[in-house]
Design a protein around this ligand. Structure first.
Ligand SMILES: [Fe+2]
Ligand SMILES: [Fe+2]
Length: 223
């Protein structure tokens, strides 16, 4: 049977799979499932290549990719950890977690996993702040996304193993025009939230409007 790689067009980039950094491997394997470890390796591989292509630090990109989902499987434990880290906005704990969950999170503790992984990437692995921020916002995006933010965002959603009609196109575009690829992905996310009649994630809306003015049809040129 022909491999998926062979089926790709000649414009697809081959992304070399990375090994897991020795200092990260034990914690990664202890915290997340084998399947998600593989996903994290794919994210790291693509992030490293995109970073090289767009002139930012490939080593930090790889490490951010490996760490981005460290708290993805913690469930309600995320709420407890967020309180412990002081991420909450209230002095007293609420039973429903609303002291640490923003209104737009609609009671979903999974939406805390980026912020928690970013915290640990900084404290335990001394990852540079710009890459910790990229981890923090990898699920939602944010207004004023940096190249590092876009590298992790695209790597997470267009890496090997992701399925969907747009994945190959996003991956290809990301090497040519990272901003345009990120805008396409964020718009897809907004559409999915609308279709599911879910709350719109506030940072995602801010990301979309900002990316529109920087890379989309409403691109503003400075005279
Ligand atoms: Fe994630
Ligand atoms: Fe992920």
């Amino acid at each position: 049977m022909a491999s998926r790689r062979k089926d790709r067009t000649s414009t697809d980039r081959f992304v070399e799979p990375v090994a897991i950094d020795a200092d990260i491997e034990p914690i990664l394997r202890a915290r997340i499932s084998a399947k998600r470890v593989i996903h994290s390796m794919h994210v790291a591989s693509l992030a490293q290549e995109l970073a090289r292509c767009h002139g930012v630090d490939p080593d930090s990109a790889r490490r951010a990719g490996l760490l981005h989902d460290l708290w993805r499987e913690a469930g309600a434990g995320s709420v407890l950890e967020a309180r412990r880290r002081g991420l909450g906005r209230a002095m007293e704990f609420d039973e429903d977690g609303s002291d640490v969950l923003e209104d737009w999170m609609d009671g979903n503790p999974v939406l805390l996993h980026g912020a928690l992984a970013a915290y640990e990437a900084r404290e335990r692995f001394a990852l540079p702040q710009v890459w910790c921020d990229a981890i923090a916002f990898h699920t939602t995006g944010r207004g004023g996304m940096t190249i590092e933010d876009m590298v992790i965002q695209v790597a997470d959603h267009a890496c090997e193993g992701r399925r969907g009609d747009h994945v190959d196109e996003w991956r290809r575009t990301a090497f040519e025009d990272l901003g345009r690829a990120t805008l396409a992905m964020i718009e897809h996310l907004v559409s999915n939230l609308l279709e599911a009649k879910a709350m719109l994630w506030v940072p995602t809306v801010e990301a979309r409007n900002d990316l529109m003015t920087r890379f989309g049809p409403r691109k503003r040129t400075i005279a």
